[in-house]
Design a protein around this ligand. Structure first.
Ligand SMILES: Cc1cc2nc3c(=O)[nH]c(=O)nc-3n(C[C@H](O)[C@H](O)[C@H](O)COP(=O)(O)OP(=O)(O)OC[C@H]3O[C@@H](n4cnc5c(N)ncnc54)[C@H](O)[C@@H]3O)c2cc1C
Length: 426
């Protein structure tokens, strides 16, 4: 390795593009090579199941950085160029075309791939997965002219596809093996509200239903369920989660998490190999709020880890990552989640969880010590914002006050802070 060896970023997605820009804004003057196996400029994935699916006019409007940005920042883009191997000891990367690049430091930001059903590999007629822009464009084209579709998977992506398709006038069925929607991310009362909201828009929900067979036929997909019922759908969207893309990391001997499969990184996004970092959906990191190692599949986490990794690549100490935050837009509602849920969290409703109209409410999750660990806001992002800095802090909240909508959120924060500072509670 020489002082002039470039910084290589593998994966030109959210984390990779953000890290490249951060390296420049932090003053790095050396070569930066941003390599991605997709041909498109780095783009945002959240609109794929929302605006892009609804509107072909969005296709050119989701780039992470404006046209000309990479040239202006002297970030060398190698698009459509997959890295096929990394030699961690020699700090050498090999591309699919056989070319090699010696790097000084490397960030692996390879994201994830849609989890597929072995019986329905990508390319199966009438079956779609959504991870890339090309996937979303193909699904949009397939939806045009159809009257109905079925979504397999009641997670965020599946529900967003369902909501977008329903808004476009299609009859939509959602099949979820768990007895409720979003079972890992939200408490039962929120799942129930969301199911009510989805049903009110006309979506047919089949919860707690496992498929016993799925077959692609000439005119669509035939599904059979464990209760003996069947469904024929002209189009099936499979949204059953993602798997981290860690082939490169595994092959070059980096430590992977035994359960979540992600590349293990420390608080500075360093992997087990010197000079190699990881960020985004492919990375597994201890989350202080949860007290365990997790892979957070979120836009904010990809951006945060990218900035921390860039700083670490430059040898600059960084502050701790921000509180996890995630959002979803579905069934006419903006849903935001702050913090992380735990089995011990108890929830307090602030506002009215109405099914119809434009509901505005929050579910605020307190732990046994009445500390705020998790919050869900529906059409209430503005109310959630003042609470951001206080999630996970050793501040006791008064549940009755949290539920009282006559107390503005900023006042709640002031009251909680002064209660925490008062000797009687210390
Ligand atoms: C459809 C969809 C909707 C979403 N909606 C939301 C939302 O509403 N809110 C939210 O918070 N989050 C959302 N997310 C999650 C968020 O977009 C991801 O967490 C984020 O994109 C992760 O960034 P990343 O850089 O880790 O991975 P990616 O953005 O996936 O980028 C990884 C890139 O690396 C490339 N790559 C992989 N292997 C190689 C290789 N060997 N060589 C070169 N390149 C390689 C991949 O092709 C890809 O382009 C959504 C995700 C999807 C898919």
């Amino acid at each position: 390795m020489t002082a002039a060896a470039p910084f290589l970023i593998v994966g030109a997605g959210q984390a990779g593009a953000t890290a490249a820009a951060a390296l420049r804004s932090m003053g790095h003057g050396g070569r930066i090579v941003l390599a991605g196996d997709e041909a498109s400029l780095p783009y945002e994935r959240p609109p794929l199941t929302k605006a892009v699916l609804a509107d072909a006019g969005m296709d050119g409007r989701i780039d992470i950085h404006p046209a000309g940005f990479h040239d202006a920042q002297a970030i060398e883009l190698r698009l459509g160029a997959g890295v096929v191997a990394i030699d961690a000891a020699r700090r050498l990367a090999r591309f699919g075309d056989g070319s090699e690049l010696a790097f000084g430091r490397c960030l692996i930001a390879t994201g994830g791939r849609a989890r597929t059903l072995p019986s329905l590999p990508p390319g199966t007629p009438h079956v779609h997965y959504v991870r890339t822009l090309a996937d979303a464009q193909a699904l949009r084209a397939a939806m045009a002219g159809l009257h109905s579709l079925c979504v397999l998977g009641g997670g965020f992506l599946g529900l967003e596809v369902a909501a977008t398709a329903r808004a476009a006038g299609l009859a939509v069925s959602v099949v979820e093996a768990a007895p409720r929607l979003l079972p890992r991310a939200v408490p039962p009362e929120f799942s129930a509200w969301l199911a009510g909201r989805a049903a009110a828009t006309g979506v047919e929900l089949r919860l707690g239903r496992s498929c016993t067979s799925i077959e692609s036929k000439a005119d669509g997909v035939a599904l059979a369920f464990d209760d003996g019922s069947t469904l024929h759908a002209p189009l099936l969207v499979v949204a059953i989660g993602q798997t981290p893309e860690v082939a490169l990391a595994r092959d070059c001997g980096l430590a992977l998490h035994p359960h979540n499969g992600g590349i293990r990184i420390d608080a500075q996004c360093r992997t087990s190999a010197p000079g190699i970092y990881a960020a985004g959906d492919c990375a597994s990191q201890v989350q202080p709020l949860a007290g365990e190692e997790l892979r957070l599949e979120s836009w904010q986490s990809a951006n945060e880890q990218a900035r921390i990794a860039a700083a670490a690549m430059l040898g600059v100490p960084t502050e701790a990552a921000a509180t996890p935050w995630f959002w979803s837009d579905q069934f006419g509602c903006n849903i935001q989640m702050l913090g992380l849920p735990s089995a011990a969290t108890t929830y307090h409703l602030r506002g009215e969880a109405a099914i119809d109209g434009t509901p505005k409410f929050m579910l605020l999750g307190l732990d046994a010590d009445h500390r705020l660990g998790y919050a869900i806001a529906v059409n209430a992002g503005g109310d959630l914002r003042p609470l951001r800095a206080l999630v996970g802090q050793r501040i006791p909240w008064d549940p009755a006050q949290l539920r009282d909508v006559s107390i503005p959120p900023r006042q709640l924060v002031r009251d909680a802070l002064s209660a925490a500072a008062s000797p009687s509670l210390s």
